[in-house]
Design a protein around this ligand. Structure first.
Ligand SMILES: [Zn+2]
Ligand SMILES: [Zn+2]
Length: 352
Protein backbone atom coordinates (compact mmCIF):
# COMPACT_ATOMS: atom_id res chain seq x y z
CA UNK A 1 0.00 0.00 0.00
CA UNK A 2 1.41 3.45 -0.89
CA UNK A 3 2.21 5.61 2.12
CA UNK A 4 2.10 9.38 2.48
CA UNK A 5 3.84 11.57 5.04
CA UNK A 6 1.31 13.31 7.28
CA UNK A 7 0.68 14.95 10.66
CA UNK A 8 -1.76 13.21 12.98
CA UNK A 9 -3.06 13.44 16.56
CA UNK A 10 -3.34 10.15 18.45
CA UNK A 11 -5.76 11.33 21.14
CA UNK A 12 -7.73 14.42 22.09
CA UNK A 13 -4.90 15.59 24.32
CA UNK A 14 -1.97 14.72 22.01
CA UNK A 15 -0.20 17.28 19.85
CA UNK A 16 -0.11 16.69 16.11
CA UNK A 17 3.04 14.77 15.17
CA UNK A 18 4.67 13.31 12.05
CA UNK A 19 3.43 9.94 10.86
CA UNK A 20 2.72 8.09 7.65
CA UNK A 21 -0.71 7.07 6.37
CA UNK A 22 -1.96 4.72 3.64
CA UNK A 23 -3.28 6.20 0.39
CA UNK A 24 -4.97 4.08 -2.29
CA UNK A 25 -3.63 3.65 -5.81
CA UNK A 26 -5.83 5.79 -8.08
CA UNK A 27 -8.90 3.94 -9.38
CA UNK A 28 -10.14 4.79 -12.88
CA UNK A 29 -12.16 7.75 -11.49
CA UNK A 30 -9.44 9.09 -9.19
CA UNK A 31 -7.10 12.06 -9.26
CA UNK A 32 -3.83 11.90 -7.30
CA UNK A 33 -2.82 15.29 -5.94
CA UNK A 34 0.46 16.48 -4.45
CA UNK A 35 -0.64 18.90 -1.71
CA UNK A 36 0.98 22.35 -1.88
CA UNK A 37 -1.02 24.25 0.75
CA UNK A 38 -3.64 23.32 3.34
CA UNK A 39 -5.59 25.89 5.33
CA UNK A 40 -6.29 25.41 9.03
CA UNK A 41 -10.03 25.55 9.70
CA UNK A 42 -11.51 25.95 13.17
CA UNK A 43 -13.27 22.61 12.58
CA UNK A 44 -9.83 20.93 12.47
CA UNK A 45 -9.17 22.10 16.01
CA UNK A 46 -12.63 20.97 17.21
CA UNK A 47 -12.14 17.55 15.60
CA UNK A 48 -8.60 17.01 16.94
CA UNK A 49 -9.81 17.82 20.47
CA UNK A 50 -13.02 15.78 20.01
CA UNK A 51 -15.11 18.83 20.93
CA UNK A 52 -17.98 17.79 18.66
CA UNK A 53 -18.12 14.25 20.07
CA UNK A 54 -21.94 14.24 20.36
CA UNK A 55 -22.26 15.07 16.68
CA UNK A 56 -19.26 13.26 15.12
CA UNK A 57 -16.93 11.49 17.54
CA UNK A 58 -13.31 11.66 16.43
CA UNK A 59 -11.59 8.42 15.42
CA UNK A 60 -7.85 8.46 16.25
CA UNK A 61 -5.38 8.87 14.75
CA UNK A 62 -6.86 11.88 12.98
CA UNK A 63 -5.25 13.71 10.06
CA UNK A 64 -7.26 16.95 9.65
CA UNK A 65 -7.31 19.40 6.75
CA UNK A 66 -10.09 20.20 4.26
CA UNK A 67 -8.77 23.34 2.59
CA UNK A 68 -6.47 21.64 0.09
CA UNK A 69 -4.68 23.12 -2.92
CA UNK A 70 -2.26 21.05 -4.95
CA UNK A 71 -1.00 19.81 -8.27
CA UNK A 72 -2.24 16.73 -10.11
CA UNK A 73 0.45 14.03 -10.34
CA UNK A 74 -1.57 11.15 -11.77
CA UNK A 75 -5.09 10.40 -13.02
CA UNK A 76 -7.15 7.23 -13.50
CA UNK A 77 -8.03 5.96 -16.98
CA UNK A 78 -11.60 7.35 -16.98
CA UNK A 79 -10.75 10.81 -15.63
CA UNK A 80 -11.75 13.49 -18.14
CA UNK A 81 -11.66 16.78 -16.22
CA UNK A 82 -8.00 16.76 -15.12
CA UNK A 83 -4.51 15.84 -16.24
CA UNK A 84 -1.08 15.73 -14.59
CA UNK A 85 0.22 19.22 -13.85
CA UNK A 86 -3.20 20.88 -13.27
CA UNK A 87 -3.66 23.09 -10.21
CA UNK A 88 -6.61 21.78 -8.23
CA UNK A 89 -8.41 22.02 -4.91
CA UNK A 90 -10.29 19.69 -2.56
CA UNK A 91 -12.67 20.93 0.11
CA UNK A 92 -14.72 19.31 2.87
CA UNK A 93 -16.11 16.35 0.88
CA UNK A 94 -14.45 13.52 -1.06
CA UNK A 95 -17.42 11.29 -1.93
CA UNK A 96 -21.23 11.04 -2.03
CA UNK A 97 -23.65 8.61 -3.65
CA UNK A 98 -24.28 11.06 -6.56
CA UNK A 99 -27.69 9.45 -7.11
CA UNK A 100 -29.96 10.86 -4.38
CA UNK A 101 -32.17 13.94 -4.82
CA UNK A 102 -29.64 16.19 -3.05
CA UNK A 103 -26.75 15.04 -5.26
CA UNK A 104 -28.85 15.31 -8.42
CA UNK A 105 -29.56 18.95 -7.58
CA UNK A 106 -25.88 19.72 -6.87
CA UNK A 107 -26.25 19.70 -3.09
CA UNK A 108 -23.73 16.97 -2.31
CA UNK A 109 -23.14 18.58 1.09
CA UNK A 110 -26.63 17.43 2.15
CA UNK A 111 -26.30 13.90 0.72
CA UNK A 112 -27.05 11.36 3.48
CA UNK A 113 -24.13 9.29 2.16
CA UNK A 114 -21.55 12.00 1.71
CA UNK A 115 -18.03 11.29 2.93
CA UNK A 116 -16.03 14.07 4.51
CA UNK A 117 -12.37 14.66 3.72
CA UNK A 118 -11.29 13.45 7.16
CA UNK A 119 -12.78 11.42 10.01
CA UNK A 120 -15.43 9.82 7.74
CA UNK A 121 -15.63 6.10 6.84
CA UNK A 122 -13.13 5.35 4.05
CA UNK A 123 -14.96 3.13 1.55
CA UNK A 124 -11.72 2.16 -0.22
CA UNK A 125 -9.27 1.36 2.59
CA UNK A 126 -11.52 0.84 5.60
CA UNK A 127 -10.95 2.95 8.72
CA UNK A 128 -11.49 6.67 8.29
CA UNK A 129 -10.52 9.22 5.68
CA UNK A 130 -7.36 11.26 6.24
CA UNK A 131 -7.22 14.94 5.35
CA UNK A 132 -4.89 17.50 3.90
CA UNK A 133 -2.12 17.77 6.51
CA UNK A 134 -0.29 15.33 4.29
CA UNK A 135 1.97 14.88 1.31
CA UNK A 136 -0.68 13.80 -1.18
CA UNK A 137 -4.29 12.72 -1.49
CA UNK A 138 -6.32 10.55 -3.91
CA UNK A 139 -9.84 11.84 -4.67
CA UNK A 140 -12.72 10.99 -7.04
CA UNK A 141 -12.61 13.56 -9.86
CA UNK A 142 -16.18 14.70 -9.10
CA UNK A 143 -14.89 16.24 -5.86
CA UNK A 144 -11.82 17.93 -7.37
CA UNK A 145 -12.01 21.63 -8.26
CA UNK A 146 -10.12 23.72 -10.82
CA UNK A 147 -8.04 26.58 -9.40
CA UNK A 148 -7.85 29.79 -11.48
CA UNK A 149 -4.22 30.30 -12.51
CA UNK A 150 -3.99 33.94 -11.36
CA UNK A 151 -4.66 33.24 -7.67
CA UNK A 152 -2.07 33.11 -4.88
CA UNK A 153 -2.11 29.45 -3.82
CA UNK A 154 -1.52 29.91 -0.08
CA UNK A 155 -4.48 32.31 0.09
CA UNK A 156 -6.61 30.11 -2.17
CA UNK A 157 -6.57 27.08 0.16
CA UNK A 158 -9.03 28.64 2.67
CA UNK A 159 -11.52 29.31 -0.13
CA UNK A 160 -12.27 25.57 -0.16
CA UNK A 161 -14.04 25.80 3.22
CA UNK A 162 -14.20 29.38 4.55
CA UNK A 163 -14.80 30.74 1.03
CA UNK A 164 -17.67 28.46 0.03
CA UNK A 165 -19.22 28.57 3.53
CA UNK A 166 -19.71 32.32 3.15
CA UNK A 167 -20.25 32.50 -0.64
CA UNK A 168 -23.13 29.99 -0.65
CA UNK A 169 -25.52 31.85 1.70
CA UNK A 170 -24.62 35.24 0.14
CA UNK A 171 -25.71 33.84 -3.24
CA UNK A 172 -28.71 31.93 -1.89
CA UNK A 173 -30.13 35.07 -0.26
CA UNK A 174 -29.64 37.18 -3.36
CA UNK A 175 -26.83 39.48 -2.28
CA UNK A 176 -25.98 41.82 -5.13
CA UNK A 177 -25.37 45.46 -5.96
CA UNK A 178 -27.63 47.76 -3.94
CA UNK A 179 -28.19 45.32 -1.04
CA UNK A 180 -27.13 46.15 2.49
CA UNK A 181 -25.24 43.26 4.07
CA UNK A 182 -24.00 42.83 7.63
CA UNK A 183 -21.20 40.51 8.72
CA UNK A 184 -21.08 39.45 12.38
CA UNK A 185 -17.61 38.39 13.52
CA UNK A 186 -14.37 39.18 11.71
CA UNK A 187 -12.41 35.92 11.79
CA UNK A 188 -11.60 33.28 9.17
CA UNK A 189 -15.20 33.13 7.93
CA UNK A 190 -16.13 36.77 8.54
CA UNK A 191 -13.20 38.24 6.63
CA UNK A 192 -14.15 36.11 3.60
CA UNK A 193 -17.77 37.24 3.97
CA UNK A 194 -16.65 40.88 3.80
CA UNK A 195 -14.47 40.34 0.72
CA UNK A 196 -17.09 38.31 -1.16
CA UNK A 197 -20.08 40.55 -0.35
CA UNK A 198 -18.02 43.59 -1.37
CA UNK A 199 -17.05 41.90 -4.66
CA UNK A 200 -20.75 41.14 -5.28
CA UNK A 201 -21.37 44.89 -5.13
CA UNK A 202 -23.22 45.06 -1.81
CA UNK A 203 -22.93 47.78 0.83
CA UNK A 204 -21.09 45.91 3.58
CA UNK A 205 -21.16 46.64 7.30
CA UNK A 206 -19.06 44.71 9.81
CA UNK A 207 -20.35 44.34 13.37
CA UNK A 208 -17.58 44.32 15.89
CA UNK A 209 -17.01 44.52 19.61
CA UNK A 210 -13.56 46.05 19.28
CA UNK A 211 -12.81 49.47 17.70
CA UNK A 212 -9.32 48.20 16.66
CA UNK A 213 -10.97 45.97 14.07
CA UNK A 214 -12.57 48.91 12.27
CA UNK A 215 -9.53 49.79 10.18
CA UNK A 216 -9.06 46.18 9.15
CA UNK A 217 -12.73 45.83 8.22
CA UNK A 218 -12.50 48.83 5.90
CA UNK A 219 -9.26 47.54 4.36
CA UNK A 220 -10.96 44.19 3.62
CA UNK A 221 -13.74 45.96 1.72
CA UNK A 222 -16.36 46.94 4.32
CA UNK A 223 -18.11 50.29 3.84
CA UNK A 224 -18.60 50.74 7.57
CA UNK A 225 -17.98 49.14 10.94
CA UNK A 226 -20.72 49.18 13.58
CA UNK A 227 -19.85 48.78 17.25
CA UNK A 228 -22.33 46.12 18.35
CA UNK A 229 -22.13 47.06 22.05
CA UNK A 230 -23.14 50.65 21.31
CA UNK A 231 -26.95 50.47 21.52
CA UNK A 232 -27.46 53.93 20.04
CA UNK A 233 -25.28 53.10 17.04
CA UNK A 234 -27.09 49.78 16.53
CA UNK A 235 -30.54 51.41 16.72
CA UNK A 236 -29.66 53.79 13.90
CA UNK A 237 -29.56 50.76 11.58
CA UNK A 238 -32.85 49.20 12.74
CA UNK A 239 -34.88 47.70 9.88
CA UNK A 240 -32.28 48.40 7.18
CA UNK A 241 -30.34 45.20 6.47
CA UNK A 242 -31.34 42.90 3.60
CA UNK A 243 -29.07 40.14 4.83
CA UNK A 244 -26.85 39.43 7.81
CA UNK A 245 -24.24 36.66 7.87
CA UNK A 246 -23.48 35.56 11.42
CA UNK A 247 -20.12 33.78 11.71
CA UNK A 248 -19.82 33.80 15.51
CA UNK A 249 -19.36 30.40 17.14
CA UNK A 250 -19.80 31.57 20.75
CA UNK A 251 -22.93 32.54 22.69
CA UNK A 252 -24.27 35.98 21.66
CA UNK A 253 -27.49 38.00 21.56
CA UNK A 254 -28.93 37.23 18.16
CA UNK A 255 -32.06 39.34 18.75
CA UNK A 256 -30.08 42.57 18.55
CA UNK A 257 -29.08 41.60 14.98
CA UNK A 258 -32.51 40.30 13.93
CA UNK A 259 -33.90 43.73 14.89
CA UNK A 260 -31.72 45.31 12.21
CA UNK A 261 -33.26 43.34 9.33
CA UNK A 262 -35.49 45.04 6.78
CA UNK A 263 -38.86 43.49 5.83
CA UNK A 264 -38.24 39.91 4.62
CA UNK A 265 -34.60 40.22 5.62
CA UNK A 266 -32.72 37.08 6.54
CA UNK A 267 -30.01 36.25 9.05
CA UNK A 268 -27.99 33.13 8.30
CA UNK A 269 -25.86 31.31 10.85
CA UNK A 270 -22.61 29.74 9.68
CA UNK A 271 -20.89 29.70 13.08
CA UNK A 272 -21.87 26.91 15.45
CA UNK A 273 -22.23 28.00 19.09
CA UNK A 274 -22.24 24.90 21.32
CA UNK A 275 -25.27 26.14 23.34
CA UNK A 276 -28.71 26.99 21.86
CA UNK A 277 -29.27 30.65 20.96
CA UNK A 278 -32.32 32.38 22.47
CA UNK A 279 -34.54 33.75 19.71
CA UNK A 280 -37.46 36.02 20.67
CA UNK A 281 -40.51 35.40 18.47
CA UNK A 282 -41.03 39.16 18.07
CA UNK A 283 -37.55 39.43 16.50
CA UNK A 284 -38.94 37.45 13.59
CA UNK A 285 -42.65 38.34 13.48
CA UNK A 286 -42.31 42.11 13.08
CA UNK A 287 -40.75 42.37 9.63
CA UNK A 288 -41.39 38.79 8.47
CA UNK A 289 -37.73 38.15 9.23
CA UNK A 290 -36.21 34.74 8.79
CA UNK A 291 -33.38 32.92 10.50
CA UNK A 292 -31.44 30.22 8.62
CA UNK A 293 -28.36 28.10 8.63
CA UNK A 294 -26.04 27.08 5.82
CA UNK A 295 -23.34 24.43 5.35
CA UNK A 296 -20.46 24.79 2.86
CA UNK A 297 -21.84 24.40 -0.70
CA UNK A 298 -22.19 21.82 -3.45
CA UNK A 299 -19.39 21.02 -5.88
CA UNK A 300 -20.91 23.02 -8.74
CA UNK A 301 -21.24 26.11 -6.54
CA UNK A 302 -17.75 25.63 -5.09
CA UNK A 303 -16.35 25.79 -8.64
CA UNK A 304 -18.50 28.88 -9.31
CA UNK A 305 -17.04 30.49 -6.14
CA UNK A 306 -13.46 29.71 -7.21
CA UNK A 307 -14.10 31.15 -10.69
CA UNK A 308 -15.68 34.26 -9.09
CA UNK A 309 -12.58 34.66 -6.88
CA UNK A 310 -10.40 34.27 -9.99
CA UNK A 311 -12.32 37.05 -11.78
CA UNK A 312 -12.02 39.35 -8.78
CA UNK A 313 -8.48 38.23 -7.85
CA UNK A 314 -9.77 37.49 -4.38
CA UNK A 315 -8.14 35.18 -1.81
CA UNK A 316 -8.04 34.82 1.97
CA UNK A 317 -5.60 36.83 4.10
CA UNK A 318 -3.24 34.15 5.35
CA UNK A 319 -0.24 33.60 7.57
CA UNK A 320 1.84 30.86 5.92
CA UNK A 321 3.47 28.38 8.31
CA UNK A 322 5.58 25.23 8.00
CA UNK A 323 3.82 22.08 9.29
CA UNK A 324 6.26 21.94 12.21
CA UNK A 325 4.50 25.02 13.69
CA UNK A 326 1.08 23.35 13.62
CA UNK A 327 0.62 22.96 17.38
CA UNK A 328 1.61 26.56 18.03
CA UNK A 329 -0.83 27.63 15.33
CA UNK A 330 -3.63 25.69 17.08
CA UNK A 331 -2.90 27.48 20.35
CA UNK A 332 -3.09 30.82 18.56
CA UNK A 333 -6.22 29.86 16.62
CA UNK A 334 -7.98 28.99 19.89
CA UNK A 335 -7.32 32.60 20.95
CA UNK A 336 -8.32 34.01 17.52
CA UNK A 337 -4.76 35.25 17.17
CA UNK A 338 -4.45 35.06 13.38
CA UNK A 339 -5.22 37.40 10.49
CA UNK A 340 -7.21 35.64 9.21
CA UNK A 341 -6.31 32.07 8.39
CA UNK A 342 -3.23 29.88 8.73
CA UNK A 343 -2.10 28.19 5.53
CA UNK A 344 0.39 25.34 5.84
CA UNK A 345 3.10 25.17 3.18
CA UNK A 346 3.16 21.43 2.70
CA UNK A 347 6.65 21.26 1.15
CA UNK A 348 7.82 21.68 4.77
CA UNK A 349 6.85 18.04 5.40
CA UNK A 350 10.11 17.01 3.73
CA UNK A 351 12.07 18.33 6.71
CA UNK A 352 10.63 15.59 8.98
ZN1 LIG B 1 -13.66 24.05 7.50
ZN1 LIG C 1 -26.43 11.85 -2.60
Amino acid sequence: MPQAKAYAANSQTSPLAPTSIPRRDPTERDVEIQILFCGICHSDLHAVRNEWSEFTPTVYPIVPGHEIVGRVTNVGSNVTKFKAGDLVGVGCMVAADLTCNECREDYEQFCPNRILTYNSPDEHLGGVTYGGYSEYVVVDEHFVLRIPSNLDLAGTAPLLCAGITTYSPLRHWGVTKGKKVGIVGLGGLGHMGVKLAHAMGAHVAVFSTSPEKKEDALRLGADEAIMSRNTEEMEKHAGTFDFILDTVSAQHDINSYLALLARDGNLTLVGAPPEPLGVAAFSLIGGRHSLSGSAIGGIRQTQEMLDFCGEHNLTADVEVIPIQKINEAYERLAKSDVKYRFSIEMASLEAD
